[in-house]
Ligand binder design. Structure first.
Ligand code: HEC
Length: 198
């Protein structure tokens, strides 16, 4: 058997074994005969150790993936810098930070799309984030494109209200928004006059 066919056969077998494991049918050694005639593939010892290795890898990846809180902190950072980019009317920089905000919010709700509330209800974080992206963030993009400071500042403040209403809905009304008094980034210049390609 050539290498590719061998690999494909091993992969197909592993997928079949994993499907059994996922559906709760992962059984102890010695029970493999039970699967005869059911169309299911009984795991061999080497399948079991491969599943064990994959489980360890998934656990390790989950442990190092940034959580929703860390991503929200990053969103706060980009959103704070955006305020200064707008204030300085540095449109390319504002466009950049808005893009980072949109991406970070999208990632934050991908990590955790819903939240169970103390009432037992589910809060659809993804739905709220999509609405914010389609409304305030889309409008901010238009204001930045048109280099309209007054409009951009007004929409930025509307956005703060939406950010906070999601925090309230998530039972974290202590996460109240405020306008920053200095840029979160100490090392980025907000001065458009210094941009080489302005
Ligand atoms: C879809 C709901 C939702 C929206 C919209 C939202 N947030 Fe959050 N935010 C959360 C949740 C949930 C947390 C708490 C995460 C956790 O479990 O730590 C949070 C936490 C935060 C934190 C605290 C993070 C920390 O660890 O210090 C900041 C800062 C933050 N959000 C900024 C923003 C900003 C800025 C916006 C708007 C541009 C925004 N959020 C919009 C849901 C949202």
């Amino acid at each position: 058997m050539n290498d590719t066919r061998d690999y494909a056969a091993r992969l197909a077998r592993l997928v079949a074994v994993l499907a059994v494991a996922v559906s709760g049918g992962c059984n102890e050694a010695g029970e493999s005969e039970d699967h005869r005639g059911t169309g299911q593939v009984a795991p061999t010892d080497s399948d079991r150790s491969e599943i064990g290795r994959l489980e360890q890898r998934i656990a390790r990846l989950e442990s190092i993936a940034p959580g929703q809180g860390a991503l929200m902190g990053q969103l706060g950072y980009h959103f704070g810098n955006l305020w200064f980019a707008l204030d300085y009317e540095n449109w390319p920089l504002a466009g950049f930070y808005l893009h980072e905000c949109r991406e970070t919010l999208e990632q934050a709700v991908r990590v955790r799309p819903a939240r169970t509330l103390s009432t037992g209800g589910e809060l659809n974080l993804q739905g709220i984030a999509e609405a914010l992206d389609n409304t305030q963030f889309a409008e901010l993009a238009r204001a930045i494109e048109a280099k309209g400071k007054a409009r951009a500042v007004a929409v930025y403040q509307d956005t703060m209200i939406v950010c906070y209403s999601c925090h309230q809905a998530a039972e974290m009304s202590f996460l109240r928004m405020q306008l920053p008094d200095k840029p979160p980034s100490p090392s980025i210049s907000f001065d458009l006059a210094l941009n080489d390609d302005r």
